[in-house]
Design a protein around this ligand. Structure first.
Ligand code: AMP
Ligand code: MN
Ligand code: MN
Ligand code: MN
Length: 281
């Protein structure tokens, strides 16, 4: 039996639009056997997701997607199998949350100067008490007619050089790996093709990641093209990294990304779950 495995997803605890239980229920309805909940910089949804996973009979991998600043680029590192009770992990994530809060206020000020008042309050309301992400700002700006899509908002308002851009420092690569490993997890470079790095720069990132003990890289991602999957499979095997696979599902409003709807890993990849204790294996 081939298991349906999806190791990257978001809930309302960060910038997803389904609650952890709704997410797990939806995963079950898509025939997913193993799902990782990997919210941005928080583990708040995991307890609820674990209860739902028990109810719906699927495997839940407790995860987190840590925001990292690496050589002036924001890079995401997924931690899989982390213990959410781990104190050092929580202390680390708390620092990122504090930065996120300051950044949200500054984004609001930047947009206000550009003639769009009330964005911070609106993003905060959309976040419903959880972390405030740029996605929350994006939904508000689309609703207000300032852009036609979330992607368009990023281009017009939120990236470098635009009125809602705020720079700053997330975790270092070393911190992120330290927190993930300290909490008993495996570290995976998320959606590597999304950073649009040159091959040389990506090799440098992978090299530092391997040196710090990183285990895997997302070869299959909801945001990778077919070619990018093969490119990342080559990077994985050259660096001796295991391969991960995840949709990066955020909710039903992006119908082109579905939970568990992922192609198989290319031949020659060692799955990150190779030595996990999985049902039926
Ligand atoms: P943040 O962690 O608050 O900086 O927000 C990053 C999130 O915004 C990512 O996890 C994506 O969900 C979303 N995002 C980033 N860039 C884009 C883009 N160009 N188009 C659509 N969504 C994006
Ligand atoms: Mn996101
Ligand atoms: Mn990401
Ligand atoms: Mn993600």
């Amino acid at each position: 039996m081939t298991l349906k495995i999806d190791l990257h997803s978001h809930s309302l605890a960060s910038d997803g639009t389904l609650s952890p239980s709704q997410l797990v229920e939806h995963a079950a309805s898509q025939g997913v056997d193993v799902l990782a909940l990997t919210d941005h910089d928080v583990t708040d949804g995991i307890a609820e997701a674990e209860r739902a996973a028990e109810h719906f009979g699927l495997g839940l991998v407790p995860g987190v997607e840590v925001s990292v600043s690496w050589n002036h680029t924001t890079v995401h590192i997924v931690g899989l199998g982390v213990d959410p009770q781990n104190q050092a992990l929580q202390e680390g994530l708390a620092k990122l949350l504090a930065f996120r809060q300051r950044r949200a206020e500054a984004i609001g000020q930047g947009l206000e100067k550009a003639g769009i008042p009330g964005a911070y309050e609106a993003a905060r309301a959309k976040a419903k008490g959880s972390i405030i992400s740029r996605t929350h700002f994006a939904h508000f700006l689309v609703e207000q007619g300032h852009a036609k899509s979330v992607r368009d908002v990023f281009k017009k308002f939120l990236i470098k050089g635009k009125p809602g851009h705020v720079g700053g420092q997330w975790a270092t690569l070393e911190e992120a790996l330290g927190w993930i490993h300290g909490a008993g997890g495996q570290a995976v470079i998320a959606h590597p093709a999304r950073y649009r790095m040159t091959a040389t720069r990506l090799r440098r990132l992978i090299g530092e990641f391997v040196e710090l003990g990183g285990e895997g890289i997302e070869v299959i991602s909801g945001s990778h093209s077919r070619d990018e999957c093969y490119t990342m499979a080559r990077h994985a095997s050259q660096a001796g990294l295991k391969a991960s696979s995840g949709s990066d599902y955020h909710g039903p409003e992006n119908p082109w990304i579905e939970l568990g709807a992922l192609p198989p890993l290319p031949d020659g990849c060692t799955p990150i779950w190779a030595d996990w204790d999985l049902p039926g294996q």
